[in-house]
Design a protein around this ligand. Structure first.
Ligand code: NAP
Length: 301
């Protein structure tokens, strides 16, 4: 069948786009390559989404997903490999399936910025998700690298499980918001390693040795930990859409106020879009705008 709207990415932006397009009477296919819910499912605690004083990222994502399903969204778990537009119809070729849609919403979010030095130990002592893997390190010493909301929130979460958490950050200023920093600074078992980068990782799973480099004097030191959590922010992955939309120098999709890209019928919503603020609320807002714009576009065909 030819769907009215295909949404690529089932994070908060994509699922919200689906909800709005479905409520406008359109058929919607959600295509997700990994797990439904996106980045927020990795957040232990969300405290800045209106209506919830506190909710786990997983619970929030579950609620939005169930809402989209109950309205009739179809789900395909597959990776979109190419997108073309011919005769007014978009063709999405995935790893194992192919789909057609009259409009497409790109809601691909972001992927983790990797720590090259830690690559050989990914999945063997090096993790990108404290919620997923923190329990393996109960009572042990772990390190978190990064200085944004994710790193600081993960350090707080791990401090309740682990004996000690070493937060490694390349400078002394943090990007995390004040409310999160206040909780972080109150944790007695978090040790700050500021002005340090992780230059090398050696040892073995469960017994890692991190080589830290001082960003001011260039000196190096070693830190023994059981596990390392990497939280260096995120980067976009929109190459598959490069033919149909404009990507900026960092790879974010350029879209106008209605989330429309340079190709009519192709919209972008959420963190993958060029924008100033990337939060759950702005992802949901984009999803609403893109879902309604896609429905209007289909009505006008
Ligand atoms: P982020 O804010 O971009 O922070 C990334 C951190 O990694 C920065 O501190 C950065 O250092 C550091 N970094 C980046 N590349 C590095 C490198 N090569 N070597 C060493 N350090 C490096 O990313 P994020 O924390 O994942 O947050 C992303 C977005 O999600 C933000 O908008 C954030 O507010 C939001 N978020 C919100 C919550 C919440 O509860 N409100 C939770 C998680 C995320 P510098 O600071 O020196 O650049």
């Amino acid at each position: 069948m030819t769907y009215d709207v295909a949404v690529v990415g089932a994070g908060i932006a994509g699922m919200t786009a689906a909800i709005y397009a479905l409520r406008a009477g359109k058929s919607v296919l959600l295509i997700e390559k990994e797990s439904v819910g996106g980045q927020i499912t990795l957040s232990p605690k969300v405290e800045n989404y209106p209506g919830f004083t506190e909710i786990s990222g997983l619970d929030l994502a579950d609620g939005v997903f169930n809402q989209a399903l109950s309205l009739g969204a179809a789900l395909e778990v597959d990776e979109v490999k190419s997108v073309t537009k011919e005769g007014g119809v978009f063709r999405l070729v995935c790893g194992y399936s192919e789909h057609e849609a009259k409009s497409v919403v790109i809601a691909t979010g972001l992927r983790h910025r990797r720590l090259d030095a830690a690559a050989p130990f990914e999945g063997q002592g090096v993790s990108y998700c404290a919620v997923c893997d923190g329990a393996f390190y109960r009572g042990k010493t772990v390190a978190v690298v990064g200085g944004g909301n994710t790193a600081v929130s993960e350090a707080i979460y791990l401090a309740d499980i682990c004996e000690k958490v070493c937060l490694i950050h390349r400078r002394t200023g943090y990007r995390a918001e004040k409310a999160v920093m206040d909780r972080f600074l109150a944790k007695p078992n978090i040790e700050r390693h500021e002005n340090k980068t992780v230059e090398a990782v050696s040892g073995e799973a469960g017994n890692l040795v991190l080589t830290l480099k001082d960003t001011q004097d260039g000196s190096t030191s070693e830190l023994a930990v059981s596990g390392l959590f990497v939280a260096l922010g995120h980067i976009p992955a929109n190459g598959v859409f490069a033919e149909l939309c404009e990507l900026d120098e960092s790879g974010f999709v350029a879209a106008d106020e209605t989330c429309m890209t340079k190709t009519p019928g192709l919209f972008a919503a959420g963190d993958c879009r060029r924008k100033a603020v990337r939060q759950l609320t702005t992802a949901a807002a984009d999803g609403a705008v893109a879902g309604l714009a896609a429905a209007k576009y289909v009505d006008g065909l």
